[in-house]
Design a binder for this molecule. Structure first.
Ligand code: ZN
Ligand code: CU1
Length: 171
C-alpha cells in the first residue's frame, strides 16, 4: 500500500515537473511574441518597405503565430492596415505600439512600447507619421485626450478601429 502511494507521488511529481518545464520553454517564437523588440536603423516596414527609423511618429510591431520574426511597421497606420486585414487578423498573437505620452514624436524610443490591444488611439490629429496621417497611440485615455486638446483628432480604443477607418485616413 505504502509502496504504491510513494509510486503514485513520484508519478505526480514527474508529471508536474514536465508541465513546469513545458511552460518555461522559451522558444524563439514565444520570446518574439512576448516582448517588443528593438527596431534597428535600416530595417524596413513590413507593409510599405520604407526605412522605419527614418521617419517620425509612433511605430508598430506585431507577432504572427508560427513565425520566428516580429513584423515591424513604419507607422501605426501601416501596422493597422496589416493587422485589421481579414487575411491576417486571426493570426496575430501580440501587437505593440509606442506610448507617445512618454517619448518624443520625432524619435520614439524602443523602450516605450505598450500592448496595442490596451492602448488608446487618436485619429485625425495634425501630427504626421511616416505615411502622413497616422494614429497617435497612448497607454491611457487621459494622455490620449490631452493630446487631442493640443493636436486635434478623435479618440478610439483598439476594438473600435476597423479597416474602413484606416483607409479613410488616406496618405
Ligand atoms: Zn510602412
Ligand atoms: Cu511607408
Amino acid at each position: 500500500m505504502n509502496k504504491l502511494t510513494n509510486c503514485f507521488r513520484l508519478l505526480i511529481a514527474l508529471v508536474l515537473t514536465g508541465l513546469l518545464l513545458g511552460c518555461n520553454e522559451d522558444t524563439p517564437e514565444k520570446l518574439a511574441a512576448q516582448t517588443a523588440v528593438k527596431i534597428e536603423s535600416g530595417e524596413e516596414c513590413h507593409l510599405c518597405g520604407m526605412i522605419i527609423t527614418n521617419y517620425p511618429g509612433p511605430k508598430g510591431q506585431l507577432y504572427e503565430r508560427g513565425r520566428t520574426q516580429t513584423h515591424k511597421f513604419c507607422s501605426t497606420r501601416d501596422m493597422f492596415a496589416y493587422l485589421l486585414d481579414p487575411e491576417n487578423t486571426h493570426n496575430i498573437q501580440t501587437a505593440y505600439v509606442h506610448d507617445m505620452a512618454v517619448t518624443p514624436w520625432d524619435h520614439p524610443d524602443d523602450e516605450t512600447y505598450i500592448d496595442a490591444r490596451k492602448a488608446w488611439y487618436v485619429v485625425g490629429s495634425n501630427k504626421k507619421g511616416a505615411m502622413g496621417p497616422t494614429l497617435g497611440s497612448f497607454a491611457t485615455e487621459k494622455n490620449a485626450k490631452a493630446f487631442t486638446e493640443i493636436n486635434g483628432g478623435q479618440l478610439y480604443t483598439f476594438a473600435q478601429l476597423d479597416l474602413e477607418l484606416i483607409s479613410s485616413m488616406g496618405f
